[in-house]
Design a protein around this ligand. Sequence first.
Ligand code: HSE
Length: 468
Amino acid sequence: MASGESSAESAVTPGAVRVALLGCGTVGTEVVRLITEQADDLTARVGAPVELAGVAVRRPHRHPWLTETHGHLVTTDAAALATRDDVDAVVEVIGGIEPVRGWLLAALAAGKSVVTANKALLAEDGPTLAEAADASGADLYYEAAVAGAIPLLRPLRESLAGDRITRVAGIVNGTSNFILSAMSSGGTSYADALEEATRLGYAEADPSADVDGYDAASKAAILASLAFHTRITASDVHREGMRGVSAADVAAARRLGCTIKLLAICERVVDEAPDGSVAESVSARVYPAMVPDSHPLAGVDGAFNAVFVEAEAAGQLMFYGQGAGGAPTASAVLGDLVAVARNRTGGGRSPRESAYADLPVRPIGEVPTRYHVDLEVADREGVLATIAGAFAKQGVSIAAVRQTGGVFGAADGDPGQARLTVVTHSAPEAALSATVSALLELDIVPGVAGVLRVEGLGRAVAALGMGE
Ligand code: HSE
């Protein structure tokens, strides 16, 4: 039978947990390697052999190593492999919504356990997968979907299940962090850094998912859903990518003693009304922000990820490690596969999904943050007062102001231009946007050179020589 037709068969070891692998790119290749090379250890840890039943790839000729070493397992028919009788567990490392969703739903309906790294699918339709798993009693694990090798979802789902999580925030996209780190250290252009991240296997098939924040938004949706027991989809997450971060922004951050990072922030927001009643909501957002160099996130470089979790009883926890790449991501996949295999052999099930809290999503316009606003302004009397008035009119309080440039280069009779850097106290996004629109209407403001949020402040304001 030709490899493309249907079933790739292998000898079945009695009692073995049989695995169908869908996809064999950067991560899949490492999954095959680990299952093969660590076969004896896996058998000892699980109590039964874990063996590959088949590997589905679209174009076998693009996988010479796989076809040479495991040619008898290769098939192009992923749908058939996912539901084959001799398969116990399906590992999916293809990504994207369709046709993968249909294959995984069919596998779950047929009682196969599923391990997936597919953040886009989980962020869009996780509950449907979870319902299918519940209906058949199959397992659904997805540690590799967020932050590569870092054990993060299992702590949220299991270890912290008895606590009340208030915040999950950090760096969850290795590619954009790799690029921002390269830009910050100087000498590497955005394009070269992106090419290198792609070569190293960090970037998504379409790297715009990384640099435009879609990948981080999917991960934020998964994190927020688990942390707050509320169904959050990627479309609930406010998303701004890092493509617009310029060398000038990086330099401005450096002057302020900050580093720019693409952050994913998921928060439980508690509002207390004057009558004492309390309303809770969830804010989930992804954007580039300045972080003070003294903050632990500022030192997270390259493809590393770091996530802070805050819970009422546990306090602050920090998770740090390799967030992208074949072997680190495969490590998370294998961890899930061992859990599935143990459940299959010894009894037990993956934790059930829970969305009982059903909290509303806080609109981004109502979310307060500090801002760094770089303005080009006319350098003459009254300008500062007018600009301060524009901020005040929208209720945005200024924490620090620095003027640079000024008289330098101004011709006789020409007041010239200056650069005005304003750092605000915490203000709602809507108020800051309205302020920037109003500033752009002013003749004395030829341009707004940059607007960036500032997270984890305190020291950055002090760096301007003007404490809070
Ligand atoms: N493209 C992703 C990243 C891979 O750069 O973080 C891990 O999900």
